[in-house]
Design a protein around this ligand. Structure first.
Ligand code: NAP
Ligand code: G3H
Length: 483
């Protein structure tokens, strides 16, 4: 692992299978959140270059879709191998660019290789179906429907900063295995990691033009990409505001949105406190809470609230705070604006008389882990996603009150329920409006073959390997009308 960034690289964009400087002659400086200096430059690609990339992807996609699944899979398996072979370098880029602890960054790369390999295997084992006409009243045995899966064309993959490799590959891999061309637009803060990931893919000899990497600010090329007539499907992960914007910009193409969350931990009075404390700590504070699935509020029965708050305080004060190079749990947030936002939520809560249990310390964009008790409904931190290390505790009198507060949120990504009574936990789980409810465990996306989805402002459509393959392909029905 090295944090030597003295020689700054200007990274090229990957357009039509070539690494190129943009004709815009403009680059974007990438700032490291913890080194607090520029670590490299990426190209600001132009709209004309986007046009060319999409055209090339359509052309290459036709022959790609003709390859057998095993042939496509062989490219992806090599890609997974390349990622593992280059995991130190890619993890260093992730660490420097988005401030993720080195060990976690390395895990992200290995997890991505596993995800790619599983995607290959899943695609190889998915099969269509055949139907006979006589299954419907008046139907005929001689009418046989063959249902296969066909690619959609060119998929636009847009990823967020916090998993710049894993959440990009979780779109690119199924898109390719399903027989599509791909335009990959990484988060600007995350572009260098995305470029390194695509360098690994390029080494496999992927057909030229099939995939292009268009770096550039979402606010500048984002709308152009999203509204482009040559895009046949969009897989987006990012904030709910951006997702809402995208859903207005697109028309008549499939759209999968994985968005923000305000995941609650509902702690009943009969919870196993060891399990609840461990899961909440891990769920809320890893990578400084910059996970869509982080636990972002605690709804605890008042009978055990004092105990839970005291134990959380004690654990929070043991968290390591500092540099991702030292694998600290609490690291500087992605930028100063994000830290200001989190600080604003803390200030608002304290002004409205929340109890500061621990934290509320800050150095630039490093926000110390903060626990707020006696949080009430009039406080922004009760409802808004901070994407930072602040955890509000709301005390409730009953399961019904906890469920009502959980569901009053605009979000519905995940929730955790802690109770030793499995019937009770299941009953609460059935009533909580969320894509996934965890019983006696932390909120999290993985394992990556599980369906992953948000409801309400947390998303639309489903990811997870099997479902991503489905969403990036369509049914093709051929009917045999036999004599
Ligand atoms: P973001 O600001 O919404 O950005 C996400 C992506 O959208 C980036 O690539 C961004 O590019 C791009 N973008 C911005 N404006 C666009 C436009 N007009 N058209 C097309 N693309 C556009 O989100 P973020 O700050 O990177 O990530 C944090 C958020 O993502 C949090 O809310 C988190 O909860 C959510 N998230 C959700 C999941 C999930 O699976 N549910 C997973 C991870 C994160 P630029 O970077 O160039 O602006
Ligand atoms: O940030 C959102 C990611 O989808 C969360 O993934 O639960 O594996 O950290 P994770």
């Amino acid at each position: 692992m090295a944090s030597n960034v003295s020689e700054l690289t200007t990274y090229k964009a990957y357009l039509q299978g070539e690494w190129k400087k943009s004709s815009s002659d403009e680059t974007i400086a990438i700032q490291s959140p913890y080194l607090r200096k520029t670590i490299g430059y990426v190209q600001a690609v132009t709209q004309d270059e986007v046009d060319e990339a999409i055209k090339a992807a359509h052309k290459a996609q036709k022959s790609w879709a003709e390859l057998s699944l095993s042939e496509r899979g062989a490219y992806l398996d090599k890609w997974a191998d390349e990622l593992v072979n280059n995991s130190e370098d890619i993890a260093t880029a992730i660490m420097q660019e988005v401030g993720k602890g080195f060990k976690d960054a390395k895990k992200e790369v290995v997890r991505t290789a596993d995800l790619i390999r599983y995607t290959v295997q899943e695609a190889l084992h998915m099969h269509g179906e055949s139907l006979k006409g006589d299954g419907f009243p008046g139907g005929d045995q001689k009418k046989i429907g063959i249902v296969e899966r066909a690619p959609l064309g060119v998929v636009l993959a847009i990823s967020p900063f916090n998993y710049p490799v894993n959440l990009a590959a979780s779109k690119v891999a199924p898109a390719l295995m399903a027989g599509n061309g791909v335009i990959f637009k990484p988060a600007t803060q995350g572009s260098i990691s995305g470029i390194k990931m695509i360098q690994a893919l390029d080494k496999t000899g992927l057909p030229k033009g099939l995939l292009s990497l268009t770096t550039g600010r979402g606010s500048v090329i984002g709308d152009y990409l999203v509204e482009h007539k040559g895009i046949d499907m969009i897989s987006f992960t990012g904030g709910s505001g951006t997702g809402r914007h995208l859903s207005k910009q697109t028309a008549m193409i499939p759209l999968v949105l994985e968005l923000g969350g305000k995941d609650p931990a509902l702690v009943a009075e009969d919870a196993d406190m060891d399990v609840a404390v461990k899961s909440i700590m891990n769920g809320a504070f890893s990578y400084s809470g910059q996970r869509c699935t982080a636990i972002k509020r605690v709804l605890v029965n008042e009978k055990v609230a004092d105990e839970l708050v005291a134990r959380l305080k004690s654990e929070i004060e043991k968290l390591t705070v500092g540099s991702p190079e030292e694998d600290s749990t609490i690291v500087p947030l992605i930028d100063d604006k994000s830290a200001d936002f989190v600080q604003g939520l803390i200030d608002d809560a304290l002004n409205k008389k929340a109890t500061l249990v621990t934290g509320n310390k800050r150095q630039d964009n490093l926000i110390y882990p903060t626990l707020l008790d006696q949080v009430t409904e009039d406080m922004d931190v009760a409802w808004i996603e901070p994407f930072g290390p602040v955890l509000p505790v709301i005390r409730v009198k009953s399961d019904e009150e906890a469920i009502e507060l959980a569901n009053r949120s605009e979000f519905g990504l995940q929730a955790s329920i802690f109770s030793q009574d499995i019937d009770r936990a299941l009953e609460v789980a059935r009533q909580v409006e969320a894509g996934t409810v965890q019983i006696n465990g932390r909120t999290e996306r993985g394992p990556d073959h599980f369906p992953f989805l948000g409801v309400k402002a947390s998303g639309m459509g489903v990811q997870g390997i099997h479902h991503s393959l489905l969403s990036m392909s369509r049914e093709r029905v051929t009917v045999l009308n036999l004599k």
